[in-house]
Write a protein that binds this ligand. Structure first.
Ligand SMILES: *Cc1c(COP(=O)(O)O)cnc(C)c1O
Length: 398
């Protein structure tokens, strides 16, 4: 046990001494997701990296012992995905994969100093809210909740704060934060900034280029894209921060399965075509939902009437593929709608090729300000008319 811990520390020190930075090819991100993280072009070489199932590596002798040592410290199956995600976010270093988005978030929250202050959007992902509340209750730090769409409120909450946590668009309320303004202000004030970029993905916005110190992802969602695995990641251009999080991953042990990372890399290859289709579908569905008499409100940044539309147009290269809408008047109306859907699946999660619908307030830990009859629709890549027919027939039955 003791030896493993010492080895873990040694490994972190060793990796600090290596030059981890990899030059990013000047390809368009749509090319990068396809061509990045490939083995060298050699005759008879495979076009995909193999999956390395091992718990340990040959390493013996003082001189020339390998760097990998043990598979909690590193795995060659993580490298290509970490490289591609790092390059997509325009980071100077490869990303670090974790066993889940929450494992990545949990590691990122260790960056809040003991007794410090964390500024956190009220409508963040409910796991981020739950974990922060738990850490606050344990006396680790203080949470300052903010309405992230209200830039003045966030700016004043930043006074005396240590870490600014941002999510944009937020899950599930789809509020859009003014990322350029908030990240520049955080930098000027010396407040560490962390952005959960799960909803947008690096194809639609790149927070590190706007001054964020760290990006976290639930790779479970769009990046992997097929609802078949749980995975997370952090990305940064700050070498010290990266080394700290790498050390945390090694010692706390929330590491990824090589199989899951292989599947995530396979999924990310098609990210741009998936997003292209799901966004086009979302725009059409949001417009039609907004016109329907049983639908009482719609949030989708692509609607010109949406409060986040202007900001999203300025800072994102697309509006994403999640729509939130309220239906009828009660939770029962929303539950009935989901029960009546035949093609669209009633399930939590988002970012897969298939369209999913969920009444978010069914989760006890969802903030009270999320309406009881709000449905979060994660729009997939099916034919849009089939999706609309399904929604339309179910709406008629409420
Ligand atoms: C799902 C989600 C997470 C948590 O990720 P897991 O992979 O489920 O642990 C974090 N942030 C956002 C915005 C999410 O949607």
């Amino acid at each position: 046990m003791c030896d493993a811990v010492v080895d873990g520390r040694n490994l972190v020190l060793m990796s600090e001494q290596q030059d981890l930075s990899t030059p990013t090819p000047s390809w368009d991100p749509k090319t990068l997701i396809v061509a990045g993280g490939r083995p060298a072009h050699t005759n008879d070489g495979p076009v995909n990296h193999p999956i390395t199932f091992t718990s340990t590596y040959h390493s013996h002798g003082l001189a020339g012992a390998g760097d990998r040592v043990y598979a909690r410290f590193s795995n060659p199956s993580w490298d290509p995905f970490e490289e591609v995600l790092g390059q997509l976010e325009q980071a100077d270093y490869p990303a670090l994969v974790f066993s889940s988005g929450m494992a990545a978030i949990s590691a990122a929250l260790t960056l809040v100093p003991e007794g410090g202050v964390l500024v956190l959007p009220k409508h963040s992902y409910n796991g981020s809210l739950g974990l922060s509340a738990e850490l606050q209750a344990a006396g680790r730090f203080t949470v300052r909740p903010v309405d992230v769409a209200n830039t003045d409120e966030v700016l004043s909450a930043m006074t005396g704060a240590d870490v600014l946590w941002l999510e944009s668009p937020t899950n599930p309320m789809l509020e859009v934060a003014d990322l350029p303004a908030l990240l520049a202000a955080a930098k000027a004030a010396g407040v560490l900034s962390i952005v959960d970029n799960t909803f947008a993905t690096p194809l639609l916005q790149q927070p590190l280029t706007l001054g964020a110190d760290l990006v976290v992802h639930s790779v479970t969602k769009y990046l992997s894209g097929h609802s078949d695995l749980i995975l997370g990641a952090v990305v940064t251009s700050d070498e010290q921060l990266r080394s700290k999080l790498h050390g945390h991953r090694t010692l706390h042990g929330a590491i990824a399965s090589p199989m899951d990372v292989f599947l995530a890399l396979r999924g990310v290859r098609t990210l741009s075509v998936r997003i292209e289709r799901s966004q086009a579908n979302s725009q059409i569905l949001a417009e039609r939902l907004a016109e329907h008499s049983k639908v009482t409100s719609v949030r989708y940044p692509g609607l010109p009437s949406d409060p986040g539309h202007q900001r999203a147009t300025e800072q994102m290269s697309g509006y994403g593929s999640v729509i939130s809408f309220t239906v009828g008047a009660t939770a029962a109306d929303a539950d009935k709608l989901i029960d009546e859907l035949a093609l669209i699946t009633g399930a939590t999660s988002l970012g897969g090729v298939e369209t999913l619908a969920e009444r978010r307030a069914r989760h006890a830990n969802e903030p009270d300000s999320v309406p009881d009859n709000l449905i979060r629709l994660s729009v997939g890549i099916e034919a849009v008319e089939d999706l609309w027919l399904d929604l339309h027939q179910a709406l008629e039955l409420i």
